[in-house]
Design a protein around this ligand. Structure first.
Ligand code: AMP
Ligand code: ZN
Ligand code: FE
Ligand code: FE
Length: 284
């Protein structure tokens, strides 16, 4: 079997490897293809695609977007995106504004808590990527405000943290519609992490399917193998496709290996073939 990884992050969002280094690692790991799915940006794709040509590895254009539904945040992957995605670019601009507003809110709270981070220092450190809590956590670690990234989230940045500010974002309907307008495939990312019962997940999937959702991520670095199997069956029952990937972030999530899902398994390239068929049928 040839293996693929359809969920990865680079330095274009909050991963620790550059897009080229990520692609080179994927080639060394024997993968046939990866989807680069950075949060709220396609900025890493040109570099990844160029690196892919050099090492003969297929790079799927993708991204990951957070949507709010009834106080819950769900993540939607856009996959197999074409070269031109005008609608998506406009959405990214709005998301960047919301992110910056929120980041400034978090920095103000941290300052009030005697853990100051200068906004310029924050932005200069990372350049133009969509910055968020993982980047703030890293600076807190560098400044010695916390002993590790986990502590930054538990005490300050997580939903129960003292510097938490909720993020403004789109609804699932808005995100799915913009990805569809740009002829991409839409996949619910890591559904197991939502902590829903099987029934609740099924209801959510039906709701999202009405909005145009194409599939769900069955295999993931945090989905036990028996859960992945149950998601494959659920997808078949609901007429949805399945996808799979590690959600690799490099050093930020050191336990997650590129190309591997929970239990050490891999995602077959047949999954990618089926996704390509679905997108071709929709936008023929
Ligand atoms: P943001 O987009 O700014 O809300 O940041 C979301 C990202 O923060 C997620 O993609 C995770 O990588 C990371 N994250 C969220 N919660 C935690 C946590 N408890 N520990 C470590 N990283 C987290
Ligand atoms: Zn991430
Ligand atoms: Fe996610
Ligand atoms: Fe992700």
């Amino acid at each position: 079997m040839s293996a693929v990884d359809l969920h990865t992050h680079s330095t274009a969002s909050d991963g620790s490897l550059s897009p080229a280094a990520l692609v080179q690692l994927a080639a060394r790991s024997g993968l046939a293809a990866i989807a680069l799915t950075d949060h709220d940006t396609l900025a890493g794709l040109a570099e990844a695609e160029e690196a892919g040509r050099l090492v003969d590895l297929e790079v799927i254009r993708g991204c990951e977007l957070a949507a709010r539904i009834k106080d819950r945040e769900i993540h939607i992957l856009g996959l197999l995106l074409p070269a031109q995605t005008k609608n998506l670019s406009k959405s990214f601009d709005q998301l960047m504004l919301w992110r910056m507003e929120r980041n400034m809110g978090i920095l103000e709270r941290l300052t009030a808590l005697n853990k100051p981070i200068n906004p310029d220092e924050f932005e200069n450190f990372y350049g133009s990527s969509p910055l968020g809590r993982p980047h703030i956590a890293e600076i807190m670690l560098r400044k010695g405000y916390v002993a590790n990234l986990r502590e930054a989230f538990i005490n300050y940045l997580g939903e129960r943290g003292s510097a938490y500010v909720p993020k403004k974002t789109f609804s699932p309907a808005e995100i799915i519609s913009v990805l569809k307008k740009d002829h991409g495939l839409t996949v619910l990312a890591h559904p197991y992490l939502l902590g829903l019962s099987f029934q609740e997940l099924q209801r959510l999937l039906l709701e999202l399917k009405d909005m145009g959702l194409d599939g769900l991520e069955a295999w993931h670095s945090e989905h036990p193998p028996y859960i992945a199997q149950s998601y494959v069956a659920l997808a078949a029952k609901l007429g949805l496709s399945v996808s799979g990937g590690s959600d690799f972030h490099g050093l930020i999530k050191p336990d997650v290996a590129l190309g591997r899902v929970k239990g050490g398994g891999q995602v077959s390239d047949k999954v990618l073939v089926a996704l390509k068929k679905r997108v071709a049928e929709q936008f023929a």
